[in-house]
Design a protein around this ligand. Structure first.
Ligand SMILES: C[S@@+](CC[C@H](N)C(=O)[O-])C[C@H]1O[C@@H](n2cnc3c(N)ncnc32)[C@H](O)[C@@H]1O
Ligand code: SF4
Ligand code: SF4
Length: 385
């Protein structure tokens, strides 16, 4: 090997090692802050609109009442208030954030405040963006695009439109051509659970950063929506054995292509999640996975519905509203719930928990590895692999 190549490899190894040390130090500080009750909100998930241009079979956005959506002016004030509270990162979601005509103002405002920005989108409108819009998106952290399958007809069926796959994939290509970082969000359901490896191979060619898989949840995405039956899309005991094999194939595909995903991190609990929600006996199922389960995410992430409803997390209903009071005032309503959760008493609604489980699982194991010894060993083996 040439000496300059050897030096370059050494530099890369040292950079990776110092990054790992930095991350570990940050994690230890987080555990310390949690124990001392010092954690504060750092991330805001903001549904900017209840409108959407799709009609996904597992989402009930179409039944939402739009009349109470907050104005762009109020949303901008909320961003100022969030910034004053020390919140440094914002995710714009919805409904479909890009159908809101003022989304560009909102993104620009967040960037002016110095906040990190990501947009969660179905990607359908990206092909219609102009140069100025792509230039603004270049300043964001990422655009997180939902893609359910590498098979066009399957994605279209799930998302409710005849040409959605083509538009979304074209959108991903355009974002990448402009140098914008793209992550993919994929909901694991009965429609795609055997196709994960093929999806990984497909998105690898689109040059995306990461695929974030989420189990399909059968609960309503919005507290004020008409429920939609989704159980046909949730994996059950009969499908889970094949799902295991499919996850093996997907992980092998990840390894051979170099495409990153979160599959390894959700694997320790995803099957139990599917079984628990179909059983629906109100148990806080996370405690069956990690004996000493802790929810840390409720202390650092804040969720706002498009009407200003303040939620402890994406799955729990709003407890107050920030439409006509300051955000700092509105979040006070969450204190009691958070205090209970700190003591291990979870609200009944927590039996639906899914989207924050990946981070909560790791945290619960890391903070208490001896009590959660089985999981700690699994995590350590995964890390070494
Ligand atoms: C409600 S959507 C809003 C943003 C945008 N319209 C989109 O689809 O990406 C936010 C995320 O929730 C996911 N989602 C919707 N319904 C779901 C369900 N029943 N289970 C799990 N994830 C779901 C979507 O796929 C998307 O990644
Ligand atoms: S998941 Fe997103 S794109 Fe699909 S209907 Fe819901 S809000 Fe719209
Ligand atoms: S549903 Fe999950 S993330 Fe939300 S508060 Fe409960 S345990 Fe935490």
């Amino acid at each position: 090997m040439h000496s300059h190549v050897r030096i370059r490899c050494k530099e890369i190894k040292m950079a990776a090692m110092s990054l790992t040390i930095k991350k570990t130090a940050e994690y230890i500080k987080r555990i310390d802050d949690y124990r001392a009750g010092r954690l504060s909100y750092d991330t805001l998930f903001l549904n900017v609109t209840s409108h959407c241009n799709a009609n996904c079979v597992f989402c009930e956005v179409r039944s939402l009442d739009h009349s109470r959506d907050m104005s762009a002016q109020r949303i901008m004030q909320i961003m100022n208030e969030a910034h004053d509270m020390g919140i440094a990162k914002i995710f714009f979601s919805g409904g479909e954030p890009f159908v809101m005509k003022d989304i560009w103002l909102l993104i620009g405002h967040a960037l002016t405040l110095g906040m990190k920005v990501s947009v969660v989108s179905n990607g359908l409108l990206v092909p219609s963006f102009g140069r100025e819009q792509f230039d603004l998106l270049k300043k964001t952290d990422s655009i997180d695009i939902s893609l359910e399958s590498h098979i066009p007809a399957e994605h279209n069926r799930l998302r409710g439109g005849g040409d959605f796959f083509d538009k979304t994939v074209q959108g991903i290509r355009l974002l990448r051509q402009h140098g914008i970082l793209v992550n993919i969000n994929t909901v694991i359901s009965t429609a795609n659970y055997l196709e994960l490896a093929a999806l990984i191979a497909f998105v690898r060619k689109l040059d995306v950063e990461m695929i974030n898989f989420q189990p399909l949840h059968i609960w309503s995405n919005y507290h004020d929506a008409l429920p939609r039956s989704k159980t046909a899309y949730a994996l059950d005991a009969a499908t889970l054995a094949d799902f295991d094999k499919s996850m093996d194939q997907a992980l092998a595909m990840e390894k051979s292509t170099g495409q990153k995903s979160n599959l390894k991190r959700i694997r320790p609990w995803i099957k139990q999640y599917f079984l628990a929600q179909l059983k629906n006996d109100g148990r806080i199922w996370m405690k069956d996975v990690v004996p000493d389960f802790k929810c840390v995410e409720v202390f650092t992430k804040l969720f706002l519905h498009s009407d200003g409803g303040v939620q402890p997390c994406a799955m729990l209903s709003p407890l107050d509203n920030a439409a006509d009071k300051t955000l700092a005032d509105a979040v006070k309503c969450l204190r009691k719930t958070k205090a209970m959760i700190r003591q291990g008493q979870f609200p009944e609604e927590c039996h639906k928990c899914s989207c924050q489980m990946m981070l909560n699982y790791n945290f619960s194991v890391m903070i208490n590895p001896l009590t959660n010894i089985k999981n700690a060993v699994m995590l350590a083996l995964d890390y070494l692999r």
